[in-house]
Design a protein around this ligand. Structure first.
Ligand code: HEM
Length: 184
C-alpha cells in the first residue's frame, strides 16, 4: 500500500511561499496607497504605487489557477491525529476561505480598475482584456467590496500565521514542516 505523504510536494511548497510573499507585498502596497497617499499631496507617486500594486497582484490570478489544479491532482499530508474533529473542520474552512480570497481579491481588483476606466496590467508587460467598460455604478459596488475583502483577508492571513506557529512551537507537530521540508 502507498504510504500516506507527510509533506506537500516541492511544487506546492514553492507555490505556497511565492504566493504568500506576493500576497503580503501587494496587501501592504494597497494599504499604503489607499490609506496614506493621495493624488492631491503625492501626485504621480500615488499612481506609481497603485500601478505597482496592480502589476504584481494580477500575477495571483495565474498562480492560483495552477495552484488549485496542483492541489487536486497531487497527494497532500493529512492533519495530525492529535487535532480534534472540530479543529480539523476549522482548518479546512480556513483553507477554503484563503483560496476564496486568492480568487476574490484579484477579481474584484480588476473589476475595480476596469469600472474606474483603468487597465488591469500584468508585470508591466500586458493588460488583461477588460471584461467591462468604465461604469460608476459597478465601481460604487466593487471598490468597497475590494477594500472590505482585503481587510477580511488580512485577518485570515494573521490567523493562518498564528495557527502555523502554534502547530510548530506549542503542539510540536509536523504541520509547518510539511510546507517547508521534504522527506529525507
Ligand atoms: C491578492 C490580490 C490583492 C490584494 C491582497 C489587494 C489588497 C488591497 C488592499 C489592502 C488595498 C487597500 C485597501 C484600503 O484602502 O484599505 C487595495 C486597494 C486597491 N487595489 Fe488591490 N489587492 C489585490 C489585487 C488587486 C488587483 C488585481 C487590482 C487591479 C488590477 C487591484 C486594484 C486596487 C486599487 C485600484 C486599489 C485602490 C488603491 C488606492 O486607493 O490607492 N488590487 N488592494
Amino acid at each position: 500500500m502507498k504510504k500516506p505523504t507527510e509533506h506537500y510536494t516541492r511544487t506546492a511548497q514553492y507555490l505556497h511561499w511565492i504566493m504568500a510573499l506576493i500576497f503580503i507585498f501587494v496587501w501592504l502596497l494597497g494599504f499604503y496607497s489607499g490609506n496614506f497617499l493621495s493624488y492631491e499631496v503625492n501626485g504621480s507617486f500615488k499612481g506609481d504605487i497603485t500601478s505597482l500594486h496592480k502589476n504584481i497582484a494580477t500575477l495571483i490570478i495565474f498562480l492560483v489557477v495552477i495552484r488549485i489544479f496542483w492541489r487536486y491532482t497531487n497527494p497532500i499530508p493529512t492533519l495530525p491525529s492529535t487535532m480534534s474533529p472540530m479543529m480539523k473542520k476549522m482548518a479546512h474552512v480556513g483553507h477554503l476561505a484563503l483560496y476564496f480570497m486568492l480568487l476574490a481579491l484579484p477579481i474584484t481588483g480588476c473589476l475595480f480598475s476596469w469600472s474606474a476606466g483603468y487597465p488591469a496590467p500584468v508585470l508591466y508587460l500586458f493588460n488583461i482584456p477588460a471584461l467591462i467598460d468604465k461604469n460608476p455604478e459597478i465601481l460604487a459596488v466593487v471598490k468597497p467590496l475590494h477594500i472590505w475583502l482585503s481587510w477580511a483577508a488580512g485577518l485570515l492571513i494573521v490567523g493562518h500565521f498564528i495557527a502555523a506557529l502554534k502547530h510548530h512551537f506549542i503542539d510540536k507537530d509536523n504541520v509547518l514542516n510539511s510546507m517547508t521540508k521534504q522527506p529525507k
